[in-house]
Design a protein around this ligand. Structure first.
Ligand code: T3D
Length: 275
């Protein structure tokens, strides 16, 4: 199955700030403002919302891959949209977060299948936290992660204050937020911020291989794993055990569970359909 890049209005017109493609059950979303390190604009947010709708609505999508065009992954909010003209009221960031960034991050978390981020270069500000919102994050060895917010007097947003303490611990999260130090891909892997870094030339291939493999996996179970793991930091052991029992009940009723067991007993590779 292949669905080409389209806008909401005209199926044949390309997006302007992103590339979007669905092939072989993998949706690929590439941030595409390379001359500005793929910084988010209001127009890009509109296109991201449309792309996310397509990801949710297209039957058969089993993995979402997010990456960036050019030498950067994403430099966060485009600051040229944020310069405060004299006499004008500043933008209300509570509103822009609620309208743009928060639904994007929540939407990724709520997808019932894996989201892979392939971080091809610098990821800064909200771009860093978009990268970290992937369920599995791969990075090119030359990529870097910067909680750039304190450099402009803001706090980490787009989920940064939630994900960082959970991945790297409170001490590192606090220092990264306050100091806005550049974290290399190797440091990010070593600290548990991301899954792994790979040689630059290998990133696209590794990411595609990973997506292809996951797209043939037990999608329903992956979705349930997301629910369980993301709930774990809010739950005590008793609640988490109860959640596992509830979700495993669902997994145990899946076609893929039956197929997995039959394949094991018949000593053949399982053919998962995702159901
Ligand atoms: O709604 C709201 O606004 C609230 C939400 C806020 C969320 C946020 O993300 S706030 C944080 C915004 N991001 C930043 O503060 C990062 C700004 N960028 C940088 O610090 C640096 O560009 C990088 C460390 C990311 C990379 O540095 P470097 O030296 O590799 O590249 P560069 O030369 O700085 O950037 C290349 C071009 O991209 C350059 O354009 P030019 O001069 O060649 O025409 C630069 O201006 C542009 N660019 C990079 N980041 C942004 C940007 N343009 C606009 N906005 C950016 N964020």
């Amino acid at each position: 199955m292949r669905v080409s890049a389209t806008t909401p209005k005209d199926e044949h017109m390309p997006f302007e700030t992103i590339l979007f493609d669905i092939a072989d059950s993998v949706a690929t979303l590439t941030l595409n403002r390379p001359d500005k390190l793929n910084a988010f604009t209001a127009g890009m947010h509109v296109e991201l919302r449309e792309a996310m709708d397509r990801v949710r609505q297209t039957k058969g999508v089993r993995v979402l891959l997010i990456t960036g065009a050019g030498r950067g992954f994403c430099a966060g909010q485009d600051l040229s949209e944020r310069a405060v003209a004299e006499g004008r009221a500043p933008v209300d960031f509570g509103s822009t977060l609620e309208a743009n960034y928060n639904p994007l991050i929540r939407g990724l978390r709520e997808l019932p299948f894996p989201v892979i981020c392939a971080v091809n270069g610098v990821a800064a500000g909200a771009g860093c936290n978009l990268a970290l919102a992937g369920d599995i994050v791969l990075a090119a060895r030359s990529a870097s992660f910067i909680q750039a917010f304190s450099r402009i007097g803001l706090i980490p947003d787009a989920g940064g204050t939630w994900i960082l303490p959970r991945t790297v611990g409170l001490a590192r999260a606090m220092a990264l937020a306050m100091l806005a130090d550049k974290v290399s891909a190797e440091q990010a892997q070593a600290s548990g911020m991301i899954w792994k870094c790979v040689d630059d030339a290998q990133l696209a291939t590794e990411a595609q291989q990973l997506c292809r493999m996951l797209a043939q996996g037990p999608t329903k179970a992956y979705g349930l794993m997301k629910q369980a793991l993301y709930a774990s930091s809010e739950n005590g052991l008793a609640e988490q055990l109860a959640l596992e029992a509830r979700l495993q009940r669902d997994a145990g009723k899946s076609h893929d569970f039956q197929e997995g067991v039959m394949a094991f007993l018949e000593k053949r590779p399982a053919k998962f359909t995702g159901a």
